[in-house]
Design a protein around this ligand. Structure first.
Ligand SMILES: Cc1cc2nc3c(=O)[nH]c(=O)nc-3n(C[C@H](O)[C@H](O)[C@H](O)COP(=O)(O)OP(=O)(O)OC[C@H]3O[C@@H](n4cnc5c(N)ncnc54)[C@H](O)[C@@H]3O)c2cc1C
Length: 412
């Protein structure tokens, strides 16, 4: 806890008894200055940054880490720049992450367009291929090392609101199911798509018709240090090398295609990725090294950001996977939230925190959402995708302009 202003705020939050229980009781339950729900990239980054600034931070995470996560497992150059800032670039490389230097888009007819990652605005010159089990574990351990208290296997079930703000949560310790209640003057939702503090928001209800699938494979042929994105009639998918000789295979498709595959991994690949000539080549002798898992229907941002608490990462707005910027946005929004929470504590006024954060978040990320919405048809309808890919520029200056249009930032 920092400074007189922070103490005054804490006292004010406690004084008018904003909680639905008696003050002596909730004083004991108020364990932290900031409580974060979810220990993914967004939650662990915010936790580390706030703990580093001297706040008492609690993270409630329903899984035990390291845990697998359905994801393309490609970290874009902007995310690599954030990892560098967090001093995690070297540890991630030591853990086996692979450098990625180019993104290659391949249409159903086999047209391809290469984008060197050094042309992306505002980021490192490279991307990374890294399993989420490894990356998220390193990030959460960093939060612990910075002083955050992390409670794993603690599943938040309900928000407790008072005076128009969320001030606490009810949770269950897994697997026993023991109930626990936690309070903090600032509560941050970093629970990803679960969006546990705001389950009935408009975003939570806006679902697409898309499902995702994911597996680790070995024996992929002819891929260098690139991430490849393949379009097929019911969606798109990608391949990238991660630790050792493993590759992440991840794709999006319709519910109809999932149903036709009848739970058979080979059949699903035949209906999706293997329809694309380049992916068929790459996967010719590939072997599944993990079960093929799926999830959906997927939801995409932007949503209505809450005014009752701060939401970061996917809990604020899930990014379209084909932009490969979900993890970067999670890291960046975690840092942004930490900065604004710190400012609110210093000013001693929590009331404007959520709306100030929502405004800043929208200013920072709205452009990428808008462009993602614009590009989604090209990614999902292979006919449109074919035409768009055939017209994508190869010249460096034109590619830089295009990437600047999509992601904002300065042209390099
Ligand atoms: C198919 C697909 C492919 C993708 N590929 C990429 C990619 O290649 N590159 C990229 O940058 N992005 C990608 N993304 C996006 C990326 O996965 C997300 O943007 C990123 O995981 C968001 O991080 P987060 O910390 O906000 O949420 P998450 O990573 O979802 O973390 C949320 C955490 O909250 C915990 N939690 C949930 N509910 C509760 C609860 N009730 N109580 C306690 N804890 C809870 C979860 O266990 C989890 O650990 C992809 C997304 C999809 C759908």
């Amino acid at each position: 806890m920092r400074g007189a202003a922070t103490r005054a705020w804490r006292a004010r939050v406690l004084a008018p008894s904003p909680f639905p229980i008696s003050p002596p009781h909730h004083r004991r339950a108020m364990t932290w200055d900031v409580m974060i729900i979810g220990g993914g990239p967004a939650g662990s980054t915010a936790a580390a940054e706030l703990a580093r600034r001297g706040y008492r931070v609690g993270v409630l995470e329903r899984k035990r880490f390291p845990r697998a996560k359905l994801c393309g497992e490609f970290l874009a150059p902007r995310g690599v720049a954030w990892l560098r800032q967090l001093d995690l670039f070297a540890p991630v490389l030591r853990a086996g992450a692979q450098l990625v230097r180019e993104a290659v888009f391949v249409s159903l007819r086999g047209h391809s367009c290469r984008f060197p990652l050094s042309r992306f605005p505002e980021g490192a010159d490279v991307g990374l291929g890294i399993s989420r089990a490894t990356l998220d574990h390193l990030l959460l351990e960093r939060a612990r090392a910075c002083g955050a208290e992390v409670l794993e296997r603690m599943c938040v079930t309900e928000a407790i609101a008072s005076g128009g703000r969320i001030v606490g949560v009810r949770a269950r310790q897994l697997p026993a199911g023991t109930c626990a209640t936690f309070f903090a003057p600032v509560v941050i939702d970093a629970s990803g798509n679960a969006r546990v503090l705001d389950a009935r928001s408009p975003l939570a209800r806006r679902r697409s018709r898309l499902f995702a699938f994911h597996a680790h494979v070995s024996g992929v042929e002819g891929m260098g240090d690139v991430v490849e994105l393949y379009f097929y009639p019911s969606g798109y998918g990608g391949l990238v090398r991660i630790e050792g000789d493993l590759y992440t295979l991840c794709g999006l498709t319709t519910w109809e295609t999932m149903r036709r595959a009848e739970g058979d991994a080979e059949r699903l690949l035949a209906l999706t990725l293997r329809r694309n000539p380049r992916a068929r080549e790459r996967l010719g002798n590939a072997r599944l090294e993990s079960p093929l898992t799926g999830c959906g229907p997927l939801r995409f941002g932007p949503g209505v950001l809450p005014r009752t608490h701060v939401a970061i990462g996917d809990a604020a707005a899930p990014m379209d996977p084909f932009l490969g910027h979900g993890i970067s946005t999670a890291l960046e929004s975690g840092l942004l939230a930490a900065t604004l929470v710190d400012a609110a504590f210093r000013e001693g006024d929590p009331t404007a925190l959520a709306s100030r954060y929502a405004r800043t978040f929208r200013r920072r990320f709205a452009r990428t959402w808008r462009v993602a919405t614009l590009l989604r048809p090209a990614a999902l309808w292979s006919e449109v995708g074919d035409r768009v890919l055939a017209r994508l520029p190869e010249r460096a200056s034109a590619q830089r302009l295009l990437l600047r249009f999509i992601f904002g930032g300065r042209i390099r």
